[in-house]
Design a protein around this ligand. Structure first.
Ligand code: 3PG
Length: 306
């Protein structure tokens, strides 16, 4: 009997867990659950006998992969798999998958929520602005950005995008693609970051890009902290007191924000972009179904470490 471990420091909503568990049990597999674990050693212990594991942002590194004795597949229930050592997993013959698009609407709604919170002066009573008629710059055009675009259109925003890989998609949807990231930052009232923490995206929001931001611009980050050069961001926030930064990810230099940039930033208390019952259900059930399809049919459609 296959053993599937769900190891989530940040638990799925109960309704999602019930549906994930149904998929796993209907396949005749055994389900083990490790939630809100106190230490990595607990994860290492739980994964020992697992054939498959479903994780969220949980770190699956060498230590965890080495602890696993019969692991065949890791599914990251979500989009970003920067928390998994995909290369080492491949070396060990372990398949790694994600569940692209499954929680993208939840993250998109948070990005729009942060944009409203920022433009309305953090609901503090000071006269703010409106999104209608303003320009939204999408940095990247994956599943989350596409949902942000759909919502922003309904708000009456003009949407522009900078993307290297999804130009045809954006153009076919009637969105203007800028020639450079700098141009996107220069023409946008609100910039929302939607690129993964991989390759050229790491540190891509640097001073060279930030310095092009319009007066009064709002920068939203629901992607990953690693895509922002945080030292540059802190320096930039100091030089440009007109700019606001709202993020689902607290930067390492958050103490500096607290000390110097009061009234110009907001960080969610915990990464909450995908924390909805719908997103947990979509991503969790997709993860469970992918595991079953992998074991039963050898289906590796969503493999990210081929
Ligand atoms: C993702 O990459 O899918 C999101 O960042 C969600 O991450 P989470 O599962 O830790 O909430």
């Amino acid at each position: 009997m296959k053993r599937v471990l769900i190891a989530t420091d940040k638990p799925f909503a109960p309704v999602a867990l019930e549906k994930i568990s149904t998929v796993i049990k209907q396949a005749g597999y055994q389900l083990n659950l490790l939630e809100k674990y106190q230490a990595k050693v607990d994860f290492a212990e739980a994964i020992k006998t697992a054939d498959a594991v479903i994780v969220r942002s949980d770190i699956v590194d060498r230590e965890i992969l080495d602890a696993a004795q019969s692991l065949k597949i890791v599914v990251r229930a979500g989009a970003g798999y920067d928390n998994v050592d995909t290369g080492y997993a491949k070396e060990k013959g372990v398949v790694v998958m994600n569940t692209p698009g499954q929680n993208s609407n939840a993250v998109a709604e948070l990005a729009i929520g942060l944009a409203i919170y920022g433009i309305r002066e953090f609901f503090g009573g000071k006269s703010g602005g409106e999104l209608r008629g303003r320009t939204l710059g999408l940095h990247g055009y994956g599943y989350v950005a596409r949902n942000v675009h759909r919502i922003a259109r309904a708000f009456g925003m003009n949407v522009k995008v900078f993307t290297r890989y999804s130009k045809a998609q954006a153009t076919s949807e009637g969105i203007e693609v800028t020639n450079s990231l700098e141009e996107l930052y220069a023409v946008s009232d609100v910039v929302s970051i939607h690129v993964p923490a991989r390759g050229e995206h790491i540190g891509s929001v640097s001073m060279d890009v930030l310095k092009h931001l319009k007066t009064g611009a709002i920068l939203i980050n629901t992607a990953r902290k690693e895509v922002v050069n945080e030292a540059d961001l802190c320096r930039f926030m100091e030089e440009r007191p007109d700019v606001k930064y709202l993020s689902d990810l607290e930067p390492d230099c958050s103490a500096e924000f607290k000390e110097k940039f009061t009234g110009r930033y907001y960080f969610t208390p915990k990464k909450i972009g995908a924390q909805t019952e719908e997103a947990n259900t979509n991503a969790g059930v997709a993860a469970a179904e992918q595991i079953v399809a992998f074991f039963e049919k050898g289906d590796d459609t969503f493999r990210v470490n081929k």
